[in-house]
Design a protein around this ligand. Structure first.
Ligand SMILES: CC/C=C\C/C=C\C/C=C\C/C=C\C/C=C\CCCC(=O)SCCNC(=O)CCNC(=O)[C@H](O)C(C)(C)COP(=O)(O)OP(=O)(O)OC[C@H]1O[C@@H](n2cnc3c(N)ncnc32)[C@H](O)[C@@H]1OP(=O)(O)O
Ligand SMILES: Cc1cc2nc3c(=O)[nH]c(=O)nc-3n(C[C@H](O)[C@H](O)[C@H](O)COP(=O)(O)OP(=O)(O)OC[C@H]3O[C@@H](n4cnc5c(N)ncnc54)[C@H](O)[C@@H]3O)c2cc1C
Length: 671
């Protein structure tokens, strides 16, 4: 019996769990890996046993100051408990523990862990690492990553903050020369951090060498007051992540020692001589890390929101399908399945590719340490595209899950506003999505040039297909192929065609006299399409490969249903492109749609058990609608009764305004 079924649960949800064709626990093991699943359970138990991690009230009812104080309290507790609760050397355990204890809306260590420490690990030289890393890991300071300025986020070449080297004192002078040079956005900069990685234009011997990272103390270690010459604060409430004190920062001729510059790759010698790095973008590795991590992060958001939507749709009865047979669970509506199940399938696809890309990141960082930088452009290309596509599709998917939950989906109690507002940040941070799509397109255009000139680069799993000659007509038909060769070939065809077409147009525009840059801008929409097609191909192939590795027949069959849905849903999503050149026929599109509907029907009886197997706890979901026990209605009422507005039956200012107005209106009407 499923470990998710307990006495007192909503019977509709229990009925759903009993219907499953597979063992939920075995599925959870497959999904997370046996060891990770066991550790997740142990960590979740640990947190449940320490009630001090509980929020004093739902965070939705807290003011911003209360939110930040609560997060800060829990962050300190988290660090105090970490060594007892988890193996701190295992990233998976840290991420899970942090998510359970601190939630997803931000915490004072967010940027310290995600960007500052990776920058120290990958950009500090040995001496600097010896000095900074133990202190960073030991929480002797909290650092953030200050790169974006009020005037420039994308175009790093135009950052205005300067770091001018003074050989006489062997110091850099940090300065913010204009209002637009004010650092703006860095997470945890406003109030929590006392150090920061600061990206500034490096000047030495009268020459500018471009943006470089520096490690800068911002606040006094004892008083926490900003150091002389430094102005720092919070940028105010935002669309979401209001638990995070995203900040602003200005420097007024602040002097820092020469060794504050990260010197693993580029260096300034004491006399001011600049030593360039082996690759000009090695200083950007923390950004590459977060872009890669976003893929798994989007998987987590999608799987959490589809868990909420599926569970709620199992207990929500509304309307009849066959008149007179009683109200159905809303999950029985095909439209509901069409809204929610593709989000599950995309979440799984993102999880699988997310694992791949993080491994590639780790491998590339190791290669760089060993002096091999050859994988840097490939990692950059695929991580930019994946980040852009998964954050965009993730955002759309979360919104579908919310809308699938009707009015209650619009409540903060649903958990959707928190998930959504956190998730959509990823469309912008770490490289705005269009900009990221265009970065991948640069790589694709190089590949197109190689194809046209008949000189393929050295073999590479991600782009080899571009150099293949695929079928000239789509081979999708009604026969079942577990390798989905014809679908993958269709995606490859679309990607190859769009890439080559936009390349040819780029060349043609230049032949007509446009500069490369102007031609590029005229082709930008199609360049983005090429990236999307390439990323779709990558996600799809990774999904097929991973499903083919599953040994257990009953689990594999569930994954195959999700894979079928994923692949044919994507075919329908890119149908215009496949039909445009006559590659796919209308009839084949009809087959694809039928495959989508068939997959929905196959997934329907397993849906509740599938989302259970993602093993997302109520503590993580923070959702009344997505509760494991399905007891939504009584808990919605309890939740509303906790609203601070309900502390008073009559609001203290009622008689001052509305009461007075109505009294006066009644008086007048009596006259
Ligand atoms: C389940 C998950 C569990 C746990 C979670 C784990 C971790 C947490 C994950 C997420 C964290 C969550 C929350 C964090 C929240 C927020 C963090 C956000 C922080 C930030 O936003 S920091 C600021 C980020 N800023 C940007 O990204 C700026 C974007 N701009 C750029 O990157 C660049 O300027 C550019 C790419 C647009 C262009 O660069 P450029 O102008 O310097 O260069 P050129 O255009 O001249 O290009 C030259 C050449 O270099 C290539 N290039 C560019 N960048 C790179 C790179 N990074 N690596 C390799 N190569 C690069 C470029 O492609 C060109 O190549 P070509 O050969 O000439 O074509
Ligand atoms: C939640 C959140 C957290 C953040 N955290 C941090 C942080 O910790 N540290 C930090 O340094 N920064 C942080 N940022 C800043 C973030 O990295 C930038 O906002 C992002 O890189 C985009 O830069 P921008 O805001 O200057 O947008 P702009 O570059 O001004 O872009 C505006 C719009 O113009 C278009 N555009 C711009 N350039 C191009 C181009 N080359 N081609 C095509 N279109 C283009 C895009 O549509 C874009 O949306 C954060 C931002 C957010 C929202």
């Amino acid at each position: 019996m499923s470990r998710y079924i307990r006495e007192g649960d909503n019977p509709d949800l229990t009925e759903e769990r009993r219907k499953a064709s597979f063992d939920t626990e075995a599925m959870a093991e497959l999904f997370w890996g046996a060891r990770n699943l066991m550790r997740r359970r142990e960590i979740a138990n640990y947190v449940e046993q320490h009630r001090e991690f509980d929020d004093p009230q739902p965070t939705a009812f807290m003011t911003r100051e209360e939110l930040i104080e609560n997060a800060t309290r829990k962050a300190v507790l988290t660090m105090e408990h970490a060594e007892k609760a988890i193996d701190i050397t295992r990233d998976e355990e840290s991420h899970y523990f942090n998510a359970l204890t601190m939630g997803i809306d931000g915490n004072p260590f967010g940027l310290h862990l995600v960007m500052a420490i990776p920058t120290i690990m990958n950009n500090a030289d040995e001496g600097q690492q010896d000095e900074w890393l133990p202190k960073a890991l030991n929480r002797e300071f909290i650092a953030t990553y200050a790169q974006t300025e009020m005037g420039h986020g994308t175009n790093l070449k135009k950052l205005e903050t300067t770091a001018t080297y003074d050989p006489k004192t062997q110091e850099f002078i940090l300065h913010s020369p204009t209002i637009t040079s004010t650092k703006w956005w860095p997470g945890n900069l406003g109030k929590s951090s006392n150090y920061s990685v600061v990206m500034a234009q490096l000047y030495s011997q009268g020459k500018c060498y471009g943006a470089h990272p520096f490690f800068v103390q911002l606040r006094d270690l004892r008083t926490h007051k900003p150091l002389p010459g430094i102005t720092v604060g919070d940028i105010g409430p935002k669309f979401g992540i209001n638990t995070n004190d995203n900040g602003f920062l200005r420097f007024d001729q602040v002097r820092i020692p020469r060794r504050s510059m990260f010197m693993k790759h580029a260096k300034i010698l004491p006399d001011g001589t600049y030593v360039p790095p082996s690759h000009s973008k090695l200083n950007y590795s923390a950004m590459v890390y977060v872009r890669a991590a976003v893929v798994s992060l989007m998987a987590s958001h999608l799987l959490a929101c589809s868990t909420i939507a599926v569970r709620y749709s199992c207990i929500r009865r509304q309307g009849e399908i066959t008149p007179g047979t009683g109200e159905v669970k809303v999950l029985d509506y095909q439209t509901q399945q069409y809204r929610i199940f593709p989000q599950i399938a995309r979440g799984v696809a993102f999880r699988l590719s997310g694992n791949y890309i993080i491994q590639l990141y780790r491998q590339t960082m190791t290669d760089i340490k060993n002096g091999d930088i050859s994988a840097v452009p490939d990692l950059h290309a695929i991580s930019c595209g994946l980040k852009a596509v998964t954050s965009y599709q993730g955002a759309l998917g979360l919104e579908q899950c919310r809308m699938a939950c009707g009015g209650h989906g619009y409540l903060q109690a649903s958990g959707f506003p928190l998930q959504y507002t956190v998730a959509i940040g990823a469309c912008t941070y770490e490289g705005e999505n269009m900009v990221m799509l265009l970065q991948t397109a640069r790589h694709l255009i190089k590949m197109a040039k190689a194809i046209r000139s008949g000189r393929p680069p050295k073999p590479n799993k991600v782009i080899d297909y571009l150099f293949k000659k695929g079928p000239t007509k789509c081979l999708i038909d009604q026969t079942y192929d577990p390798n989905y060769q014809s679908v993958l070939e269709a995606f490859e065809h679309l990607s190859r065609r769009v890439t080559l077409e936009v390349y040819d147009r780029l060349v043609q525009l230049q032949q007509q006299g446009r500069s490369y840059e102007l031609a590029w801008n005229e082709c930008a929409v199609d360049l983005c399409k090429a990236t999307r097609a390439h990323v779709r191909t990558f996600l799809a192939k990774t999904f097929v490969e991973e499903v083919n590795k599953i040994a257990d027949i009953s689990l594999k069959s569930v994954f195959q249903d999700l894979l079928q849905l994923y692949l044919f849903y994507e075919v329908t999503e890119c149908a215009a492109g496949l039909l445009e050149d006559g590659f796919m026929s209308g009839q084949q599109l009809t087959y694809a749609k039928k495959n989508v509907y068939d997959a929905l029907a196959k997934i329907r009886p397993n849906a509740a058990a599938i989302v259970d197997s993602f093993d997302i706890s109520d503590r993580e979901l923070q959702s009344v609608l997505g509760r494991r026990d399905g007891n939504v209605y009584e808990n919605l009422l309890k939740w509303a009764q906790m609203s601070p507005l309900n502390k008073h039956d009559v609001l203290p200012f009622h008689h001052k305004y509305l009461g007075k107005m109505m009294d006066e209106a009644r008086q007048k009407s009596k006259l």
